[in-house]
Ligand binder design. Structure first.
Ligand code: NI
Length: 173
């Protein structure tokens, strides 16, 4: 496994729409998912999207620690071509940070309840419901596939902060 270099805000690849995966080469996908997982763990993040390792593909990994999901961990999830649908108009605001925007955090509104679907490594379609922080992480990661970084979702830029200057302890996505 290889720790990959993480692209940072300003990189062209983070501004563009990533392409759908059409070739389900299991060996290649497995290698990419292993390297992305290693990279995410190495950087202390809880999610990573392929454009963050310089690949313009609609691929995301994430997990949710039990401490952020009412005591139930969402294990490492590997998503190909994910799609999100909000289940209601309700939004929540909470802190976010991003491995591609190191050192900073800000308050971002997100859909409270979503359904998301994706393909697994075999191309099989999966669907899940999510709410709260789980829903937030999925929305944050999938935004990376459409050239959107969390500061572009912020409505109050006065909350944009250096993490070490705030009392909040943020996970990186
Ligand atoms: Ni991010």
């Amino acid at each position: 496994m290889t720790v990959l270099k993480i692209t940072r805000m300003g990189s062209e690849i983070l501004k563009n729409r990533a392409q759908e995966v059409t070739n389900f080469d299991k060996t290649e996908l497995n290698k990419l998912f292993e390297d992305m997982t290693e990279t995410m763990i190495d950087s202390g993040g809880i999610g990573l999207a392929a454009p963050q390792v310089n690949l313009p593909l609609r691929i995301v990994i994430f997990f949710v620690p039990d401490s952020r999901n009412n005591g139930t961990e969402i294990p490492l999830t590997k998503m190909i071509n994910p799609i999100i649908r909000p289940k209601s108009e309700s939004m929540d605001e909470d802190w976010e940070s991003c491995l591609s925007v190191p050192g900073l955090a800000g308050i971002v509104p997100r859909w409270r309840n979503i359904t998301y679907s994706y393909q697994d490594l075999d191309g099989a379609l999966k669907e899940r419901d999510a709410s709260g922080y789980h829903a937030r992480v999925v929305q944050h990661e999938c935004d990376h596939l459409d050239g959107i970084l969390y500061p572009m979702r912020m409505v109050d830029l006065s909350t944009l902060s250096f993490i070490d200057a705030t009392p909040n302890n943020n996970d990186g996505n």
